[in-house]
Design a protein around this ligand. Structure first.
Ligand code: NDP
Length: 500
C-alpha cells in the first residue's frame, strides 16, 4: 500500500511558501454569533497540496448542534424569516450572490487552498456557479405559491406551499462552496432555517459564506454553521428531534446511516450519493470532442466528483484510435501546485483519500487490467496522483464496480448499442451517464434506456442552476437545483372554506 510517509519530500510548493490571503481560525456561526465550540476543542484544516495545517477550526459536537438547532427553531417559529415579504427574502439572497462576486478572488483562493482544486477551476467554476445558484434561487422567492382547486360542493379549497421548518444540511468536501449553495439557495428562498455542516476537510469557504450572509442582512439564527466531524456533528444533526428535514451529499454508505439516524423522528430525507457513471462513445462520434469529454469527465476536480465518468465504454472499432489520443493528452496533463493558474489537476483531498485511490490502482493491476498511463503518485508532501487510465477492464472488476473518487478511469469495449446500455446500467449507482454519437436517434434511445438521473449527449459535466440533478438507484433520491429542489424544502397545506 502506498502512503505519503513513504514519499520523498519535494521542494516547497508556492502555496506553502506564500499564503496569498490572511486566514483566521474558524469559529462556528450560531444564532448570528461567531463562537468557539462548547468543549473548546479545535482541529487543524490541512492544505492538501502541502500536507501542512492552514489554520485551526472549532470542533463541535452534539452540544453545539443542540444550540444551533435551537437557534434555527427560534428563528423559524418567531423570527422574521419565514413570514417576511418573499421578495425581501429574495433580495437578501441576491445580495449574497453579489457579495460572492465582489469577494470572488478571496473565495477562489480559500477554496483552492482548502480543497486542492486548481485555482483556474475555483475562479471559473466553483465561485461563479455558487453566485449563479444564489441569483437563481433569489428569483424564486416570490414565485412559490399554492393553487385553487375546483372541489365538489359550495366550498372554496386552496393550497399553501409552506416551508418545512428547520433543515439540517450535510455537505461533502469536493465542492464545498457549490454544495452549500445547492442546499442553502432553495432551503432559504422557501423560508426555512438551516443548520449547515460542512466537511471537516473543507470548512473555510463555508465560514466565509456565513460572514457574507451576515453582511447581506440575514436575520440571526436563520443560517447556523456547525463545524466538526461527521460521526459526531453530522450524526447528531441527522438524529436531532428539532430538525424537520435532513439533506445530504456524500458517500452512499453514509447516506444509509443518515437515513437510519433520521428514521426515529421520521424526518424528511434527501440524498445525493455516489456514482460509477458510464461514458459511452459510439464509433460515429466526433472523436476529438469525445476524447476531450472523456478527459474532463474523469479528471475534472481530480476525479473527486460524484458524477465522474469513471467507466469509459468504447465501441470496439474505435478503441485503439481513441485510447491513443486520450492517453497522449492524459500523460501531458499538468499536475501540481493548485494555486498556479497553469495547473490542470491538483492533489486529492487527504492522505486517507490518497491511500484509498492508490489502493484501487494496485487492485486494478492485480485484477489484470492494463495500466495505460498514470498509476503513480508524485514525490511531494501533498496528496498528488497522476491521471490514470486502465485499459482492457471488465465490468466485474472491482475498479469498474466501486466508486474510487479519484483520477482513475476504467476503459471497456462494446460491439452494439444494446451491449453498451446493458453494461452501462450494470451498477448499483445511477447518478449520471453520457453518450457520444452523431446519430440523433441512437442518442435519444440511449438517453431513455440509461438508468441515471442525468444523461449528457455529446458533452459531459454540463450544469445549470435551473436544471435538476440527482440519482436513480443507490445514487440517492430527491432532485437538487431547478424548480425541483423547491419540492424538497416545502410542504403543502390544503385549506377548506365553507361558502354555504
Ligand atoms: P462522507 O459521505 O463520509 O462525507 C460527506 C459528509 O458527511 C461530510 O460532511 C462528513 O463529515 C459527513 N458525515 C460522515 N459521516 C457521517 C455520519 N455518520 N453521519 C452524518 N454525517 C456524516 O464522505 P467522505 O468525505 O468521508 O468520503 C468518503 C468517500 O465518500 C470518498 O472516498 C468518496 O468515495 C465518497 N464521496 C462521495 C461524494 C459524492 O458526492 N458522491 C462526496 C464526498 C465523498 P466529515 O467529512 O466532517 O467527517
Amino acid at each position: 500500500m502506498a502512503t505519503k510517509s513513504t514519499a520523498k519530500s519535494m521542494k516547497k510548493t508556492e502555496s506553502s511558501r506564500r499564503p496569498p490571503i490572511k486566514i483566521k481560525p474558524g469559529k462556528m456561526l450560531i444564532d448570528g454569533e461567531w463562537m468557539d465550540s462548547c468543549s473548546g476543542r479545535t482541529f487543524e484544516t490541512i492544505n492538501p497540496a502541502t500536507g501542512r495545517a492552514i489554520t485551526r477550526i472549532a470542533e463541535g459536537d452534539d452540544k453545539d448542534v443542540d444550540l444551533a438547532v435551537n437557534a434555527a427553531r427560534m428563528a423559524f417559529e418567531s423570527g422574521p424569516w419565514p413570514n417576511m415579504d418573499a421578495r425581501d427574502r429574495g433580495r437578501i439572497l441576491a445580495k449574497v450572490a453579489e457579495l460572492i462576486e465582489k469577494n470572488q478572488e478571496e473565495l477562489a483562493i480559500l477554496e483552492t487552498m482548502d480543497n486542492g482544486k486548481p485555482i483556474t477551476q475555483s475562479r471559473t467554476v466553483d465561485v461563479p456557479y455558487t453566485a449563479d445558484t444564489f441569483f437563481y434561487y433569489a428569483g424564486w422567492a416570490d414565485k412559490i405559491h399554492g393553487e385553487t382547486i375546483p372541489v365538489r360542493g359550495n366550498m372554496f379549497n386552496y393550497t399553501l406551499r409552506e416551508p418545512v421548518g428547520v433543515v439540517g444540511q450535510i455537505i461533502p468536501w469536493n465542492f464545498p462552496l457549490l454544495m452549500a449553495a445547492w442546499k442553502l439557495g432553495p432551503a432559504l428562498t422557501c423560508g426555512n432555517t438551516v443548520v449547515l455542516k460542512p466537511s471537516k476537510f473543507t470548512t473555510l469557504t463555508c465560514l466565509r459564506l456565513g460572514e457574507l450572509f451576515m453582511e447581506a442582512g440575514l436575520p440571526k439564527g436563520v443560517l447556523n454553521i456547525v463545524t466538526g466531524p461527521g460521526e459526531t456533528v453530522g450524526e447528531a444533526l441527522a438524529r436531532h428531534p428539532g430538525v424537520d428535514k435532513v439533506a445530504f451529499t456524500g458517500e452512499t454508505l453514509t447516506g444509509k446511516e443518515i437515513m437510519r439516524a433520521a428514521a426515529d423522528t421520521l424526518k424528511r430525507v434527501s440524498l445525493e450519493l455516489g456514482g460509477k457513471s458510464p461514458n459511452i462513445v459510439f464509433a460515429d462520434a466526433d472523436i476529438e470532442e469525445a476524447v476531450k469529454g472523456a478527459l474532463t469527465g474523469i479528471f475534472f476536480n481530480q476525479g473527486e466528483c460524484c458524477c465522474a465518468a469513471s467507466r469509459l465504454f468504447l465501441e470496439r472499432k474505435i478503441h485503439d484510435q481513441f485510447m491513443d489520443r486520450m492517453v497522449s493528452f492524459a500523460s501531458k496533463m499538468r499536475v501540481g501546485d493548485p494555486l498556479d493558474p497553469k495547473t490542470e489537476m491538483g492533489p486529492l483531498i487527504s492522505e486517507a483519500q490518497f491511500n484509498k485511490v492508490m489502493d484501487y490502482i494496485d487492485t486494478g493491476k492485480e485484477e489484470g487490467a492494463e495500466l495505460a498511463c498514470g498509476g503513480k503518485s508524485m514525490e511531494s508532501d501533498g496528496y498528488f496522483v497522476r491521471p490514470t487510465i486502465f485499459d482492457n477492464v471488465r465490468n466485474d472488476m472491482k475498479i469498474a464496480r466501486e466508486e474510487i473518487f479519484g483520477p482513475v478511469v476504467s476503459a471497456l469495449t462494446f460491439k452494439s448499442i444494446d451491449e453498451a446500455i446493458e453494461s452501462g446500467n450494470q451498477t448499483p449507482y445511477g447518478l449520471a451517464a453520457a453518450v457520444w454519437t452523431k446519430d440523433i436517434k441512437k442518442a435519444h434511445a440511449a438517453a431513455r434506456q440509461l438508468r441515471a438521473g442525468t444523461v449528457w449527449i455529446n458533452t459531459y459535466n454540463a450544469f445549470d442552476a435551473a436544471s435538476p440533478f440527482g440519482g436513480y438507484k443507490q445514487s440517492g433520491f430527491g432532485r437538487e437545483l431547478g424548480i425541483h429542489s423547491l419540492e424538497l424544502y416545502t410542504q403543502i397545506k390544503s385549506v377548506w372554506v365553507n361558502l354555504s
